[in-house]
Ligand binder design. Structure first.
Ligand code: BG6
Length: 518
């Protein structure tokens, strides 16, 4: 870690010494690569990608041997592009010299993705920069554009020989959404597969770059006390909540065509659930982890019509005070039936989980912005303290809560004797929360994920079989919802969604661990 504190001191020492320091882990390994970014003037690039790249640069993960070719339809030149990059990272650092040095690695090519001639300009630029920065032919193609262009870009990259042909690597990074149902996702995947192998494709799910999502595996497989009990004999149910306080903001055009089921459940929630449900991988490496996630998702019960309509509920936010209802938001049709809230029950038909439901919920305009997982253990079979004369309250369930955001940490609720006269038990919470300094210093998802792409580590990306299983599950819910007329709007902003989300658990004699104090 000392390189983080020491900043850029290594820039003044000779190369042979740098190599020795890398060897003994004093310096991070520099990843050589060209990054060709499609959608370089877009929102994601300026808000997330450039700041993440600057962090990698500050830490020496990219240093002298990297270059970025930004493309979009804009008529930028290198200078204008660099100004944009500098502006987008200016909040991240006060070191102007370092930012200027970083930005000098960025080049711009105006590009229309359907115009084949433009690819030869890109190719020449890529070859030129490869030589200039000694990139060994390593190439990352990062597509951050509307999904209908993914296939076209991939096909043309291959056909126009932009993929490096020597020993260098070729990697394709794709942002979501990956299709809007199984069929369209398969079509897209087929298009990509004509140009790239599965192990060259990195499908971004930014939740997989979050510190505490990655921590799920550490908590499960690093602790006997959890992994030994991680099954249907000891766990009563698992709850996953991804709550947002904001509404659709400026994204109505995209969101109204997507809805919470496609926007959050098919990707982020299914990924979290698969990490919670999977078996222990043979080794902690991408191929083994992916294999277990796929196995878990394949045993997820795909619902028939009756099951889908009783195990999933949806909501759309109403108006409150000055806040508009969803149907009044700019860009949303007045009769929109798009759901801004989903809650559901997932069942795995396998030996580990049969009979233990996973409840999930997500929505916009809820009480707060947070993500958490609550693992609710079964209560002891016999409550020996529950004599009528003891006055002790019945034992509570042990609950392991994994706080993903904004707090990072976990807590475990256990029953203990309280210190009063007599013998009374009460639930107490053992809690570990990272302090705000550490949380602030935690690398952001895009920094981790870009670094993983440069390393060639696919652990925290969604593989095609995972994406396919998730769509097959979600499509069934969608199919049922598309033919039923919802009663919208049905929840108040600032709540935790419609009443039906509570009823979903009440029906099973359960309740959400996180609930608002009424
Ligand atoms: C995105 C969704 O994938 O995740 C957005 O498209 C949502 O609608 C966002 O707001 C939430 O991400 P985070 O990291 O803020 O929880």
């Amino acid at each position: 870690m000392c390189y983080i504190m020491l900043g850029n001191w290594y820039r003044h020492i000779p190369n042979y010494l740098v190599n020795i320091l890398i060897g003994v882990n004093i310096l991070p390994t520099e990843r050589r690569s060209l990054i060709m970014l499609f959608g370089a003037t877009g929102d994601l690039a300026t808000r997330k990608l450039y700041p993440a790249m600057l962090k990698l640069f500050e830490k020496g993960n990219i240093r002298d041997h990297f270059a970025v070719i930004g493309t979009s339809r804009y008529k930028f030149d290198d200078e204008k592009y660099r100004e944009m990059v500098i502006k987008s990272v200016s909040k991240e650092s006060t070191n102007k010299k370092q930012i200027a040095d970083f930005a000098s690695h960025f080049y711009f090519v105006t590009h229309n993705v359907t115009d084949l001639e433009h690819y030869s300009v890109l190719k020449n630029k890529a070859n030129e920069l490869d030589k200039k920065y000694e990139l060994n032919g390593n190439r990352v193609f990062y597509i951050s554009m509307a999904p209908n262009f993914f296939g076209t870009v991939a096909k043309n990259l291959k056909a126009q020989h932009l993929l490096s042909e020597g020993n260098g690597f070729n990697r394709l990074v794709i942002e979501k959404p990956f299709g809007r149902d199984f069929e369209s996702a398969k079509q897209l995947n087929d298009d990509l597969s004509n140009a790239f192998e599965e192990d060259q494709i990195f499908r971004i799910d930014h939740y997989l770059g979050k510190e505490m999502i990655q921590n799920i595996e550490a908590i499960r497989f690093g602790n006997t006390i959890f992994e030994a009990l991680w099954n249907n004999r000891y766990i009563d149910n698992i709850q996953v909540t991804l709550a947002e306080k904001l509404g659709v903001e400026e994204r109505a055009g995209y969101y109204d065509n997507s809805g919470a089921l496609r926007d959050m459940v098919q990707n982020h929630i299914m990924q979290i659930v698969s990490l919670l449900a999977m078996e222990q991988p043979v080794a902690f490496k991408d191929t083994d982890i992916r294999a277990e996630k796929v196995k878990a998702l394949r045993s997820l019960r795909v619902y028939n019509v009756a099951e889908a309509s009783s195990n999933f509920v949806r909501g759309q936010y109403a108006a409150v005070g000055n806040d508009k209802e969803y149907r009044e938001e700019d860009g949303v049709p007045k009769d929109s039936n798009t759901e801004t809230f989903v809650a559901g029950k997932l069942l795995f038909d396998n030996y580990r989980w049969s009979g233990t439901p996973f409840y999930i919920r997500t929505g916009k305009k809820l009480a707060d912005k947070f993500t958490r997982v609550d693992v609710v253990f079964k209560k002891p079979l016999v409550d020996i303290f529950a004599f009528p004369q003891s006055g002790s309250a019945p034992l509570s369930a042990n609950v392991l809560t994994i706080f993903i955001e904004p707090n990072q940490g976990f807590s475990l609720m256990v029953n203990a004797k309280n210190s009063e006269q007599g013998f009374h038990t009460e639930p107490v919470q053992l809690q570990y929360l990272e302090d705000s300094k550490r949380t602030r210093e935690t690398p952001q998802p895009y920094e981790r994920l870009i670094h993983d792409v440069l390393k060639g580590d696919g652990t925290n990306f969604a593989s095609w079989p995972e994406v396919a299983s998730a769509w097959k599950f979600v499509d069934q819910i969608r199919r049922v919802w598309d033919i039923q007329q919802p009663m919208f709007p049905n929840y108040i902003p600032g709540s935790m969604g419609p009443v039906s989300a509570d009823e979903l658990l009440a029906r099973d004699h359960r309740e959400w661990v996180y609930k608002l104090n009424k």
